[in-house]
Design a protein around this ligand. Structure first.
Ligand code: GDD
Ligand code: MN
Length: 377
């Protein structure tokens, strides 16, 4: 393709006004939806100086390519293409921080949110009546009829939990549709979690009542094209966020999952030992070694699927990761035994020494796995 780098002289002149509103659209495999959304924004935001920033996580369907084409025709459209990263919350944060408009809205690409509410949300922010306006399914006049029963129950449960545990006084903290003053957002941004998908809940919980919030009703519609990216694993993300906010970010769900997986490894080890000794009459040292290998292997597989599912290793990277994991765990074992010995030396209490060693082992394995096995690219 031979594209002109300079716009041709007959291309329409574009106003050089700074936008008052930036609309952030996180996308993953939404190529059939983005153009429609752009047209609808254009219709509903006539009279507003606006821009739209699509934040695409390198969608395999080439959504970013469609967005780039739109952007070449209209300078109000921008595209942030992120490579090697996945995550709805992180995408929204980056999009908002990439804008310099005083107000930023977040809206899904699949047209399930009602973009015609945007002017009203903007008016509320600009009148100084709120710092944050939420498109809410759970206030009078709003609804989520397109949800199936299971999804509706899950949503209600998560909402209830968030309200009680995090003392969030918002009817729909799980909404993915909101508008916020960018200066307020920038204050909170360093404390927000980039993992998971509950960006609004994170914002509200992190602000601890310091934000003036308004909710306006809207009807959550059906998806136009494509499919939802939220799988059953989002429940884990949600719990992780609640845990992190409750403990001021000291306990991470990743560490808890890693430790949990580690404890399943103990069972694998003992089971393998039993089978090898009792059923196959393998000599003890061999049985013990194969038990350890099996446990490390199953730990690796579980961690790859659960603990690090957002950075899951695939293809040949699995083999490399597994070998590194063996290495990390072997050193962890030496550290474990070393610590247990020295504690036992000072204070011959077997369970205290054992627990100290095990803790040392899991902390080491966790820290080193994060550095070498599932390192961020
Ligand atoms: N950049 C990026 N990266 N975008 C993503 C990712 C990701 O990893 N995952 C999802 N998205 C985009 C989708 O392309 C879509 O535009 C939007 O985020 C919402 O994702 P859906 O997959 O359509 O989610 P949903 O419809 O099931 O969930 C919606 O409703 C929930 C309320 O029940 C979302 O609005 C949630 O934020 C909301 O909590
Ligand atoms: Mn959706």
């Amino acid at each position: 393709m031979n594209e002109a780098i300079r716009p041709s002289p007959e291309s329409p002149p574009q106003a050089a006004v700074t936008p008052e509103l930036s609309v952030i659209v996180p996308t993953f495999n939404e190529r059939d939806n983005v153009t429609t959304l752009f047209r609808r924004l254009e219709a509903t935001l006539a009279g507003v100086a606006w821009e739209v920033i699509f934040v695409d996580d390198n969608s395999p369907d080439g959504t970013w390519d469609v967005v780039r084409a739109l952007a070449r025709q209209d300078s109000r459209v921008r595209c942030v293409r992120r490579i090697g990263r996945r995550g709805l919350s992180g995408a929204c944060i980056e999009g908002i921080l990439a804008s310099s408009a005083p107000c930023a809205a977040v809206i899904d690409a699949d047209l399930q949110h009602d973009e015609t509410q945007l002017p009203r949300m903007l008016a509320l922010l600009e009148a100084g009546e709120a710092d944050l306006v939420i498109g809410s399914r759970y206030v009078e006049g709003g609804s989520a009829d397109s949800f199936n029963k299971q999804r509706a129950d899950a949503s209600a449960l998560a909402t209830e939990l968030a309200q009680r545990v995090l003392r969030v006084k918002v009817a729909d903290p799980m909404s993915g549709f909101f508008m916020i003053r960018r200066d307020r957002f920038e204050q909170l941004a360093p404390q927000l979690s980039t993992q998971g998908f509950k960006i609004l809940l994170d914002v509200v919980a992190t602000a601890r009542g310091e934000l003036r919030v308004k909710e306006i009703p809207y009807t959550f519609g059906s998806r136009l094209h494509g499919e939802s990216k939220l799988d059953s694993m989002v429940a884990l993300d949600f719990l992780g966020l609640v845990l992190a906010k409750l403990t001021n970010d000291t306990v991470s769900l990743r560490f808890l999952l890693f430790a949990l997986v580690g404890s399943t490894g103990l069972f694998v080890h003992l089971a393998a030992l039993f089978v090898a000794l009792e059923l196959f009459n393998v000599p003890f040292p061999h049985a013990q070694a194969s038990g350890a290998f099996l446990a490390m292997t199953s730990n690796f597989i579980l961690n790859n699927f659960l603990t690090y599912r957002d950075q899951r290793l695939k293809g040949v990277a699995i083999l490399r990761g597994l070998l590194l994991f063996y290495l990390v765990c072997s050193v962890g074992l030496v550290a474990n035994v070393g610590v247990a010995f020295s504690v036992y030396d000072q204070e011959p209490i077997w369970w205290l020494a054992g627990a100290a060693g095990a803790l040392m082992g899991v902390v080491w394995n966790y820290a080193m796995s994060g550095l070498f096995v599932w390192r961020k690219r």
